[in-house]
Design a protein around this ligand. Structure first.
Ligand code: ADP
Ligand code: ASP
Ligand code: MG
Length: 415
C-alpha cells in the first residue's frame, strides 16, 4: 500500500464531467489499496476570470484582497471533487489551505509555504477517506488567505508529498509528460521518460510552465519522486529524478521558451564605477526582477546597457530608467516589449563545446537576429524578436534532432 499525492490541473477539472472522471480515476487507486491525497486547481480559465474581475474593479488589484478573490476558484473544485468521490462510493473530505493548514509567509500573490499541518490529513487517511486539498493557497501567521503564484497548485502537491513522505507525487495534466519542448508548438516534440531535477528546474525557470518552478525546487530539495502524467490517457508519463538515474545521456534535453519578456536599453552611459548599480538599482527598488544584463563599452568611452524584465513590468522599468538616465546624463533610452527568450537546456552540455555556435548558426541561417545571449553550465539562452519564436524553436528542435531518442535509448525505457 502506497501513499500517493495526485494533483489535477485546471483542464483536468475543467467541467463537471471531467471532475466525475477524476473521481473515478482516484477511486481506481483507492481500490488498489493506496492512500490518496488529491490536490486540485481551479477549473480552467477560472483564475483568469477572477483576476479580470478584480482588475475591472481596481486596475492595480494586488495584495491581500486579490488573494481573497483568487483563492475561491480552488474552493469550488475541492467541494465538487469531494462530492463526486462520495457519489462513486469513496468517502472524502475537502480542505482549503487554511483548514489543512498550509502555513505560508505573508507575501500575498506569491507566498512561500513554511509548514504543513499533517494531523487532520493523517486522521482522515486512517479512516479510509480520500483527502482533497485546494491547491495554490495557504494561510499566513495572522490568518490571512494567501496564494502561491500562478501555477502554484503544483507546489501545493509537492509540498504535501514532502510533508507526508508520500511514495510519489503525480501531476496529472493535459499532456502526457514533459516533452523536449512544448508539444503545442513543435508537433514532433518527444516525451521524455526521465529528466533530472536540475534540468527540469532550468526548463521551468526558462518558460516551460508544465511545472511551477517552486514545485521542482521543493521536489529536488526533499527528494520527492515526481511524475507528470496525462489525466486523459494511460501511460508512464515523465519521472523527474536525480541525475544518476537518467539513462538518456542527451546533449540537450529540451528547449524552453518564454514570451513574457521585455528589453530595455540605455545608450551613451558614462563609463564610471557604480553606473550599473544606479541603473539596475533603480529597477530593483521597485521589486522588479531583472533577468539578462549586457553591457558594452563603446569607442567614445561611454557604455550601452541592456537588460530584460518580465513584460508586465516593462512600463514601470521604463519610467525608473528615465529618472536614472537623467541623473547619469545618458544619451537615450529605448525598449522593446515584444521579445522572446529561447533556451537550450541539458546537463550533457557541461562536457561539450560548440553547442552555442551551432545554435547561432541555425538561427543565422533562418535569418533570425539574436538580440542578447546568456549562458550557464547547462543552458544557453538567446533573446530574439517575438515574431521569430515559433520558427526558431522548430528550427532548433529539428537541427539538434530532439525528436529522436539519444543513441541506444528507446522511449520505453524505465519508469
Ligand atoms: P495544468 O493546468 O494541468 O497545471 P499547465 O497548462 O499549467 O497545466 O501545463 C501544461 C502545459 O504545459 C501543456 O499544455 C503544454 O502546452 C505546456 N508545456 C510547455 N512546455 C512543455 C514541455 N516541455 N512539456 C510538456 N508540456 C509543456
Ligand atoms: N488556479 C491557479 C492558476 O491558474 C493555480 C494552478 O492552476 O496551479 O494559476
Ligand atoms: Mg499548471
Amino acid at each position: 500500500m502506497a501513499l500517493i499525492v495526485q494533483k489535477y490541473g485546471g483542464t483536468s477539472v475543467g467541467s463537471p464531467e471531467r471532475i466525475k472522471k477524476v473521481a473515478r480515476k482516484v477511486k481506481s487507486f483507492r481500490e488498489q489499496g493506496d492512500d490518496v491525497v488529491v490536490v486540485v486547481s481551479a477549473m480552467s480559465g477560472e483564475t483568469n476570470r477572477l483576476l479580470d474581475l478584480a482588475r475591472f474593479i481596481h486596475p492595480q488589484a494586488r495584495g491581500r484582497e486579490l488573494d481573497v478573490i483568487l483563492a475561491t476558484g480552488e474552493q469550488v473544485t475541492i467541494g465538487l471533487l469531494a462530492l463526486a468521490l462520495e457519489k462513486v462510493g469513496c468517502p472524502a473530505r475537502s480542505y482549503t489551505g487554511a483548514q489543512v493548514p498550509i502555513q505560508t509567509d505573508s507575501a500575498f500573490n506569491k507566498a512561500r509555504i513554511l509548514s504543513i499541518g499533517e494531523e487532520r490529513i493523517r486522521q482522515d487517511l486512517s479512516k479510509g477517506r480520500i483527502v482533497v486539498v485546494a491547491g495554490f493557497q495557504g494561510v499566513d501567521g495572522q490568518g490571512n488567505i494567501t496564494t502561491l503564484g500562478r501555477g502554484g497548485s503544483d507546489t501545493t502537491a509537492v509540498a504535501l508529498a514532502a510533508a507526508l513522505k508520500a511514495d510519489e507525487c503525480q501531476i496529472y495534466t493535459d499532456v502526457d509528460g514533459v516533452y523536449t519542448t512544448d508539444p503545442r508548438v513543435v508537433n514532433d516534440a518527444r516525451r521524455l521518460d526521465r529528466i533530472s531535477f536540475e534540468e527540469m528546474l532550468e526548463m521551468a525557470s526558462l518558460g516551460s510552465k508544465v511545472l511551477q518552478i517552486r514545485s521542482v525546487e521543493f521536489a529536488g530539495k526533499y527528494n520527492v519522486p515526481l511524475r507528470v502524467l496525462s489525466s486523459f490517457e494511460e501511460g508512464p508519463g515523465t519521472l523527474i529524478t536525480v541525475e544518476d538515474e537518467i539513462m538518456e545521456q542527451a546533449l540537450i534535453s529540451g528547449i524552453a521558451f518564454s514570451r513574457d519578456e521585455a528589453q530595455l536599453t540605455m545608450t551613451g552611459v558614462p563609463d564610471h564605477p557604480g553606473v550599473a548599480y544606479k541603473i539596475i538599482g533603480a529597477v530593483s527598488d521597485l521589486n522588479i526582477e531583472v533577468d539578462m544584463i549586457v553591457q558594452n563599452v563603446g569607442s567614445d568611452g561611454t557604455t550601452d546597457f541592456s537588460f530584460t524584465v518580465h513584460r508586465n513590468d516593462y512600463q514601470s522599468a521604463l519610467e525608473a530608467l528615465q529618472h536614472a538616465a537623467a541623473e547619469l546624463g545618458a544619451r537615450e533610452i529605448y525598449g522593446n516589449p515584444r521579445i522572446a527568450k529561447i533556451s537550450l537546456v541539458g546537463v550533457g552540455m557541461r562536457s561539450h563545446a560548440g553547442i552555442a555556435s551551432k545554435m547561432f548558426e541555425i538561427l543565422g541561417s533562418e535569418g533570425i537576429n539574436i538580440l542578447m545571449i546568456s549562458t550557464s553550465e547547462i543552458k544557453i539562452s538567446v533573446i530574439l524578436d517575438e515574431k521569430y519564436l515559433e520558427l526558431a524553436v522548430r528550427a532548433l528542435h529539428e537541427a539538434f534532432e530532439l525528436a529522436k531518442p539519444p543513441a541506444g535509448v528507446t522511449n520505453s525505457v524505465a519508469c
